[in-house]
Design a protein around this ligand. Structure first.
Ligand code: SF4
Length: 319
């Protein structure tokens, strides 16, 4: 659930939830997704191959030919070509997925793979890892703002936090749009995400801020579209310890007058320990939360930076 109580709907390759829909009647249940993420998100399962009527069990397929426009054919029966069936199903199925705020795909699949899917030469031989699954390609083309990840990459703590942060940001944006787009709401959205954006690239965050500051009410929709595209693209960039330190130092500035010398020194030491990789991000953030509870600041209170996603996910404990 989001802060406002609306469910966060995240699409997912069905086999990752334990559904026995793979070509061999098996599944690829992922315990992190089925446990931790299922508690936070309303997971929407899709199996493009089963739904396209390829049967269960079914002959295994693979991608062949042009890496940008591959065909999906049988591994053992090259004359079995299911490209048209998969593409037609994908084109209609993605239309039913409006309102999702993220998607988790099964890696390496000729249907669901997000990247680096093997594509084989028509005449046989070794494949190259340059393809995208047929459903995954249609999904990304139809919903370009949607944060998309593969289950394998979610094992990386930085990529996992990045994906989930984007899911929550897009969800907040969808709620804003549902309430009705206004200049005031857009300015408020940016103000609340300012420090989150700074953590990815301070220069780009500033440029987005300038864009919001010069909004023209007559072109609000097109400007809002360009703005959220910029936000989601910026958030997809990997953050770094140095950039987070920059945000932490910025935050510390808001406590300069409130803290005594001893507390300021302790805060500085904790930020330095984080910078040197001795403690995870959650350590300075916990100290900041403690100080801002005692010395509230109206600007910091509005920021999502200190709580960008539920603490139960423990995403910043290993960053
Ligand atoms: S990878 Fe995609 S197509 Fe294959 S079984 Fe899983 S959900 Fe179905």
């Amino acid at each position: 659930m989001s802060e406002a109580g609306a469910p966060l709907r995240v699409g997912i390759s069905s086999c990752l939830l334990g559904s026995a829909v793979r070509f061999d009647g098996g599944h690829k249940r992922d315990s992190y997704i089925c446990g931790t993420l299922a508690d936070q998100f309303d997971l929407v399962p899709v199996c493009p191959e089963f739904e396209a009527g390829l049967g269960l069990p079914r002959p295994p397929i693979r991608l062949v030919g042009d890496v940008d426009h591959p065909r999906a054919v049988g591994v053992r029966q090259p004359d079995l070509d299911v490209t048209a069936a998969l593409a037609a199903h994908a084109a209609s199925r993605v239309e039913t997925l409006a309102g999702l705020c993220g998607y988790i795909l099964k890696k390496d699949s000729p249907s669901c793979g997000m990247e680096r899917v093997k594509v084989y030469p028509e005449q046989g031989g070794a494949g190259v890892r340059q393809g995208v699954g047929i459903f995954a390609r249609a999904l990304r083309a139809r919903w370009p703002l949607l944060p998309v990840e593969e289950e394998g990459r979610l094992g990386d703590p930085v990529l996992r936090e990045n994906f989930i942060q984007r899911v929550f940001v897009l969800h907040r944006w969808q709620q804003l749009v549902a309430q009705g787009l206004t200049k005031a709401r857009l300015v408020d959205f940016h103000a609340r995400h300012k420090l989150v954006l700074m953590g990815h690239h301070p220069g780009e965050a500033k440029r987005l801020g300038q864009r919001v500051a010069t909004l023209d009410g007559r072109r609000l929709q097109s400007q809002a579209d360009a703005y959220i595209q910029g936000v989601m693209a910026l958030l997809a960039r990997r953050t770094s310890r140095a950039r987070q330190v920059n945000v932490l130092q910025h935050l510390a500035g808001y406590l300069k007058r409130a803290l005594d010398a001893e507390d300021r020194a302790e805060l500085g030491a904790v930020i330095a320990a984080y910078r040197h990789g001795e403690v995870p991000l959650v350590v300075p953030l916990t100290l900041f939360r403690h100080h801002f509870r005692r010395h509230p600041d109206p600007y910091i209170d509005r920021q999502h930076y200190l709580e960008p996603h539920p603490r139960e996910l423990m995403l910043r404990n290993v960053l």
